[in-house]
Design a binder for this molecule. Structure first.
Ligand SMILES: Cc1cc2nc3c(=O)[nH]c(=O)nc-3n(C[C@H](O)[C@H](O)[C@H](O)COP(=O)(O)OP(=O)(O)OC[C@H]3O[C@@H](n4cnc5c(N)ncnc54)[C@H](O)[C@@H]3O)c2cc1C
Length: 411
């Protein structure tokens, strides 16, 4: 059943599935084993028009919706999680923020990069500022017509392969006064002072490097600042609003991985025979497969809904509540479904000669990167309760004191 898809979207999904099965699938194990960025797949994605799909027509792209992108991501991730992630970052995240908030020259430049196959890197996380991202210490000091950036990020996806970087930093004016958090565009290979540090050896998704990125007196022209619409004081909120698109994308990779695991388990259960009959005839496995399909359909519905909220209520990006709900569900579902699909394969599921263990390793990431499942629950609760939920001790104490005053005044 394909409820909600237009004939054009059906055709897009078919095109993506064909490319994923024909070109991406045969290389997936090799990408994982050699831990190498899949440049061939990226070229195939670029040729097929799957990089820069969300870039508006005025900047050379097809101006497709986030919903359309999820259809492509899911098909790629069903064969190769790494390739699914390339589609996410080639269409969502940094590129979304620039195309929405950037100046004309910034948009033109960023569009050229992704349309020619560059997967931008988004640089937020620091060693001492993970979930508490606003505690970042990377700084951008205004010096005449330049900003000088200093600091260190880590776990930057695509470090050393991405050219375009969107760097989150605290901005200081010439007098040293803090202005807020802004995003800066920098280009690897062009901007001295953008240094790629150590690569993190990861459990899964091994074909994309996760690295440190250091800024060592990185001098950027002032026009590289991507000015958030509400100004720098609320800059972080605006930038994170754009990030909701990437969150939906990350959830979609998890969905695709789980879908790939399920398809394989279903096929295997019909082929493998024990006790003289296909294992699909055993009710214990039938119920596992049934549960997998229910979980997948529920995750897909949440993701399609979240992607479809973009553009509603004056917000060009997916709604934060819908995005968080979909990523929580899809990421946790993917771990369970990938693990159950491995179980259906018996010992073969545990073998590195089969894809199931790779899928499970890949799926394990999505409750962590792009906002952990715990932090996203706080995002959801905050929207449900319609109040800020500060996580620092003093922020929480201030809120509690303000509540106490309100209650006192009401009595
Ligand atoms: C594969 C991968 C790719 C990534 N790519 C990027 C990237 O491209 N760019 C980028 O900027 N970052 C990236 N990240 C970083 C990612 O966003 C962070 O890992 C994430 O935000 C969590 O930060 P942390 O790892 O420092 O965990 P911590 O914040 O130290 O959290 C540790 C644990 O404590 C929990 N916790 C923390 N605070 C709370 C709270 N208030 N309430 C409840 N629980 C809490 C967390 O949920 C977690 O379980 C990536 C991470 C991974 C794994």
């Amino acid at each position: 059943m394909t409820f909600g898809l237009t004939p054009e979207q059906e055709a897009l999904r078919e095109k993506a599935r064909d490319l994923a099965e024909r070109v991406v699938a045969p290389r997936a194990a090799e990408v994982d084993r050699t831990e190498s960025y899949p440049w061939d797949n990226v070229q195939a994605l670029t040729d097929a028009g799957f990089m820069g799909m969300t870039v508006p027509k005025a900047y050379g792209g097809p101006g497709r919706s986030y919903m359309d992108v999820t259809l492509v991501i899911e098909e790629m991730a069903a064969q190769c999680g790494v390739t699914g992630r390339v589609v996410v970052e080639g269409n969502m995240g940094a590129i979304s923020a620039v195309m929405q908030y950037g100046t004309e020259p910034q948009k033109k430049r960023a569009a050229e990069f992704v349309l020619s196959g560059d997967k931008p890197a988004i640089c937020i996380t620091e060693p001492d500022a993970g979930s508490a991202a606003t505690e970042m210490t990377t700084r951008a000091d205004k010096r005449g017509n330049t900003y000088v950036l200093n600091g260190k990020k880590h776990w930057i996806t695509g470090g050393g392969v991405s050219r375009l970087h969107l760097i989150f930093a605290r901005v200081f004016d010439e007098s040293g006064a803090e202005q807020g958090i802004g995003g800066f565009l920098a280009f690897r290979g062009e901007d001295d002072g953008l240094v790629i540090g150590a690569r993190e050896p990861t459990m899964g998704l091994r074909g994309i490097p996760e690295t440190e990125v250091l800024f060592q007196d990185l001098a950027l022209p002032a026009d590289r600042l991507v000015m958030p619409p509400s100004g720098l004081k609320r800059g972080f909120a605006d930038l994170m609003n754009a990030y909701n698109a990437q969150r939906v994308g990350a959830g979609t990779v998890a969905l695709g991985l789980a879908e790939g695991a399920y398809r394989r388990a279903l096929a295997f259960s019909k082929e493998r025979e024990q006790f003289g009959r296909p294992i699909a005839e055993f009710q214990g496995l039938q119920w596992m497969l049934a549960d997998m399909s229910v979980q997948l359909e529920a995750a897909r519905a949440l993701i399609w809904r979240a992607a479809s909220t973009a553009g509603q209520n004056g917000n060009p990006f997916p709604d934060s509540l819908a995005a968080a709900q979909s990523k929580i569900f899809a990421s946790e579902m993917a771990i369970k479904v990938a693990s159950d699909a491995l179980q259906v394969h018996g010992a073969r599921g545990y073998s590195r000669n089969w894809p199931m263990e790779r899928i499970l390793r890949d799926a394990r990431m999505f409750t962590i990167g792009g906002g952990t499942a715990q932090i996203l629950r706080t995002v959801v609760a905050s929207r449900l309760l319609d109040r800020k939920l500060p996580q620092t001790r003093d922020g929480h104490a201030k809120l509690a004191a303000a509540d106490a005053l309100r209650i006192q005044a009401a009595e």
